[in-house]
Each structure stands twice: as structure tokens, then as C-alpha cells.
Design a binder for this molecule. Sequence first.
Ligand code: DC
Length: 228
Amino acid sequence: MDETLNVITIDGPAGVGKTTLARTLAAKIKIAFLDTGAMFRAIALHLGPGSEKFAHNVLESKVKDLNFSLQGFGEKTQLFCNNRPLGLEIRTETVAMTASKLAQIGLIREFLATAQRKIASQSPLVAEGRDMSTVIFPTARCKFFLDASPEIRANRRLNDPHNQEKTDLATLIAQIKERDALDRNRPIAPLKAADDALVIDTSNLTIDAVLKIMEDEIRAKGGFNGQN
Ligand code: DC
């Protein structure tokens, strides 16, 4: 029996271009993409800043009724939380920082792991985040890890029309480094490349160039079957 999951995973640090690449790749293959950072952000927005200090039972009761679902595919893929589409309201560094702190907590990660695997059981996916290759989908068909320097990532964020907070470059670099440290050094599911992931340094590459590397790798792995 083929144990390989019909999932392509993309992991990497904040601002490296995971969502753009996941969306574009999903559009090419005509499957859905799952932005798992958006799930952590939705919980952060729901619970508010400082919620990482809530007692275990309080956190549990507040997240248990959140239901994530995915509709559509390619560019039109839409993630819902309790039947509400997740939009630009989650795209601030304040929400991202709370998300990164909540992402340290086992209960939150386990809750979202269950939701992520359930979504993957319903349709083939490009799944992007921090621990897609290492923890959530270790048997994914094709795995990628994207990286770039904090300075380059901050510059990209500054020019990202989806970024809802207008900060200066120095502040953005500091915020990205702080979030990197939290995401890379946490004891549970830290950000790191899986042994069998293709690592791509995107610092000096265009989106199209990265996409080409990904498509070549997918082809080399025998192609991607968009049927579940
Ligand atoms: O990808 P992003 O910047 O939208 O993610 C926001 C935060 O959520 C990130 O700093 C860490 C957390 N996260 C995580 O721990 N695991 C994931 N798979 C995705 C995001």
C-alpha cells in the first residue's frame, strides 16, 4: 500500500514567501492550499494579546468550538473559521506575535494538528507553515524548506500589499528576528528543515525561479496526482 500522502509541504520562517508560493503552486496543480499560519493567527485574534498566559482549561474551552474548513482550490482557495472567511484582519505583526507565542503551547498545536490532518484527508493539498514536513505530514509526497535573510524578508513584508501594519524597515527586521527566535527555539515542533526536504534559499530568486525549482522537484519525484 502507498503510504505517501497527497500533500506538498512548504515550511520556512516569517516573510519568506510561503503563502504566495503555496497559492501559485496550488493554482498550477489545480488543488487547494492550506495556510496553517492563518489558523494560528485566527486563534490569536480570537483569544487576544496575552492569551498565551491563560490557564490550560481556559484555553481549552475557548478553542474547542473553533471549526476550520477549506473551500475551493488554486488562487480561489478560502480558509474559514466557524464558517467565516479569514481575511486581512489577521495580517498584522501584533496578531502574528500572539500567534507565535500561542504556537509554543502543546494544546494549541495538537488542536490545530487534528484540524490540519482532517482537512488533508478531504482533499489533496499544498500545506505551508513551520512543521508541515517534520510533524504534521511526515509522509508528504514532496517537501520544501524556504529560507532568506531577515533583512530580505523584512523588505518583502514592507512591500507586501496584504501587510496591514505600516512600520519602518528597522522595526520589521527586529520583529522578524524576534519571531524567528521564538519559532526556531521552541521545544515543541520548532521551525526546521526535514531531513528529506529540498532547502531553497530564496534570497536572490524571483517567485518564478523558486516555482520552477519546485515544479522540477515535483516532476523528479514522479509528479503529483491531484486525485485523493
Ligand atoms: O506563517 P505565519 O507568519 O502566518 O505564522 C504566524 C505564526 O504562527 C508563526 O510565527 C508561528 C506560528 N505557526 C506555527 O507555529 N506553525 C505553523 N505550522 C504555522 C504557523
